[in-house]
Design a protein around this ligand. Sequence first.
Ligand code: HPA
Length: 249
Amino acid sequence: MSDLAIDLAVIGGTGLYRFAELQDVESHQPVTHYGAPSGPIRVGLLGGRRVAFLARHGEGHSLPPHQVNYRANLAALQALGARRVLAINTVGGITERFGPRVLACPDQLIDYTWGRISTICEEPGTEVLHVDFGEPYTRSLRQAVIAAAQSAGVALVDGGCYGATQGPRLETRAEIVRMRRDGCDLVGMTGMPEAGLARELGLDYACLAIVANWAAGAGPDPDEVITLQDVLDNVAAASAGLPALLSAV
Ligand code: HPA
């Protein structure tokens, strides 16, 4: 199955369950050493390049962030021949530059998740890996994303720190105050363990964050209530430039 290389694998987050621009699509659902991925992997052509798309939460959004089999998703993409993974993550914005509908390519992250399988070194006898993770996203892939946004004329914030929370509930205002103090610009529920596992598996990995809302208490109206409809509307609006951006990557 891995005889035909995949130029880019894309993992879609909340609000991004299909990639309609892919042409000549074939579907794969490899079962990996870690189990089954979240759903079918759609492999097709985008601008003449082979792109794989996987909906992280399943195409019907049936998997909450803590139940996603992150290892199976990455291993399945790798088994199909992917070497570069662009993760699309829907997030809340914490600091000024990251308001709703902003696209960002963060360069750092802090992991607040717990109880998730966060390594491929789980089974007895597996070699213990201590991968370098000082720079959690692959520099060359980040640079490709930033250059692609420029050439496609899509506004993108270069940098920012992604704080990965457990969910599925949203955060309290106090948690967001703490995250801002810690240095987080963005908050989402799926950035980890995905990024760390990608590093352990030797995959290039970068995050394209779509800001769907101000995080709790972070916006101009501190009493604002975050609704799923606002999140989905903002993701849809901010995603308009994605096909052009992804083709350019
Ligand atoms: N917090 C965590 N995850 C999110 C948010 C948020 O405010 N918005 C979209 N995903």
